[in-house]
Design a protein around this ligand. Structure first.
Ligand code: SF4
Length: 435
């Protein structure tokens, strides 16, 4: 098999892993090295579903000894198999970097032979890239469940970011769909990376995974409810200090099995989870306020609007006197707009026209605020009427559960044409979280 054929197989195998966006580390080139990392991230282009495409996203091998039923690379799947050596990966990265095709590497791998052997090869690759080739650019590396902690820790010294994929939201689902993995085998490296990251942060050294760790969960492959998923997410942020949790709507790939749904999971559900995730991280919400453990997020309105409709006692708030926390809870006022309002109030009182200029989405916000005592929302604030008013035209689920304006949710591979991709508001809102 030629190198190009192997790259084609291994980039295709990596495209379902979406936990790859870069950010959070700015490291200057010390001279004689190749590349820099950038605080703002290096994702210059976005696919139609909001995912970035400027990092070389690659598997070291797709020859897997494990048999996770949802995965294209599982042992029992009939797909072409390929592997690359650490040397080949390094030459590829440096070659692509010099041609200005990429600015960083996202390296993952199937479990070939054993977790320790796989982790050893991944570590060897990053060490070689950094030490032998002087590559100073961004590297995101997968940590392999069940691998020796010492190997993971060594890899963390050379990678900017690492991730261990949670994959499924409950141990029961893991047992059923990924029988070789256990909750402990995933949580152990996560705990280890969290400890290393926090120790480095406290000592202000930042020599180990300065951009922290992320993870990914597959949504809709198991019957776990959004309430369960978001509780797990909250714990991951609070206990393991994860930088991001990514949600990936399940897509049937490879040979079908009766243990998995036959149709793709709803992208609208994935989108609502990202919105709820943003509320936990940036808007001061706690999952207990948003939904009970066994419930799913509403699909007809975003989670903040759904919360506001259920709390009529908290609204309307007066824009000119509300606290920053209160403003952050108003549907239609994003984090940036809330700060703009607080800042602008120092120079005078605000009216609805000022809010419009500050990019507040008045279509939603007007039902929850007053400006100088004036209210412009629905006169009858019955929850059903309010909810109906908040449903944006075309924002409801399409018959197949997909979002309007998104092109089918297929992941993009390195060798696939980009001509049909488009940057949609939906995709970007996932990334910016302004809603
Ligand atoms: S370990 Fe599981 S998820 Fe990872 S490549 Fe192998 S089959 Fe896929």
């Amino acid at each position: 098999m030629t190198l190009e054929e192997r790259i084609s197989i291994l980039t295709r195998g990596a495209k379902y892993d979406i936990s790859c966006s870069s950010s959070g580390v700015g490291r200057k080139n010390a001279g004689g090295q190749l590349g820099n990392t950038k605080d703002c991230g290096i994702c210059h282009s976005f696919t139609a579903d909001g995912r970035c495409i400027s990092i070389l996203k690659l598997l070291m091998t797709n020859n897997c000894a494990f048999d996770c039923l949802y995965c294209l690379n599982r042992r029992s799947a009939i797909v072409p198999r390929a592997s690359l050596t650490p040397q080949e990966i390094c030459e590829l990265v440096i070659g692509f970097y010099k041609r200005n095709y990429i600015e960083g590497l996202f390296l993952s791998s199937a479990v070939e032979r054993s977790p320790d052997r796989t982790m050893e090869l991944l570590t060897e690759t990053v060490v070689m890239l950094r030490k032998l080739y002087g590559f100073n650019g961004y590297i995101h590396l997968k940590a392999i469940p069940h691998a020796d902690p010492a190997l993971i820790q060594r890899a963390a010294r050379y990678a900017d970011r690492m991730s261990v994929n949670i994959e499924l939201p409950s141990e029961r689902s893991l047992k059923l769909l990924a029988p070789q993995k256990t909750k402990e085998s995933i949580v152990r490296p996560m705990r280890l990376l969290a400890r290393s990251y926090l120790e480095e942060k406290e000592s202000k050294r930042f020599t180990m995974i300065p951009a922290g760790q992320t993870t990914q969960m597959i949504i809709g492959a198991s019957p776990d409810a959004d309430g369960t998923i978001m509780r797990l997410t909250q714990n991951l942020y609070r206990i393991y200090r994860l930088k991001r949790v990514y949600y990936s709507a399940f897509m049937p790939v490879g040979n079908p099995t009766s243990l998995l749904p036959a149709v793709p999971a709803s992208l609208l559900r994935e989108h609502r989870l990202y919105q709820a995730d943003w509320l936990l991280r940036f808007y001061g919400f706690d999952i207990e306020e948003l939904l009970p453990p066994g419930a799913n997020l509403a699909e007809d309105v975003d989670p903040k609007s759904a919360w506001a409709v259920c709390h009529p006692d908290k609204f309307p708030v007066e824009i000119n006197s509300a606290t920053h926390e209160q403003l952050m809870r108003v549907p239609g006022i994003g984090a940036t707009a809330a700060w703009r309002i607080v800042h602008a109030r120092r120079y005078g009182t605000l009216d609805f026209e000022d809010l419009r200029r500050m990019r507040v989405v008045l279509k939603r916000a007007r039902h929850f605020v007053t400006c100088r005592g004036k209210y412009e929302g629905l006169k009858n604030r019955e929850p059903e009427l309010l909810r109906a008013a908040l449903r944006l035209p075309g924002a409801g689920p399409l018959p197949n559960g997909r979002l309007p304006g998104r092109s089918g949710g297929a992941q993009i591979g390195m060798f696939e044409a980009l001509s049909n991709t488009e940057t949609t508001e939906t995709g970007l809102s996932v990334l910016t979280g302004q809603f």
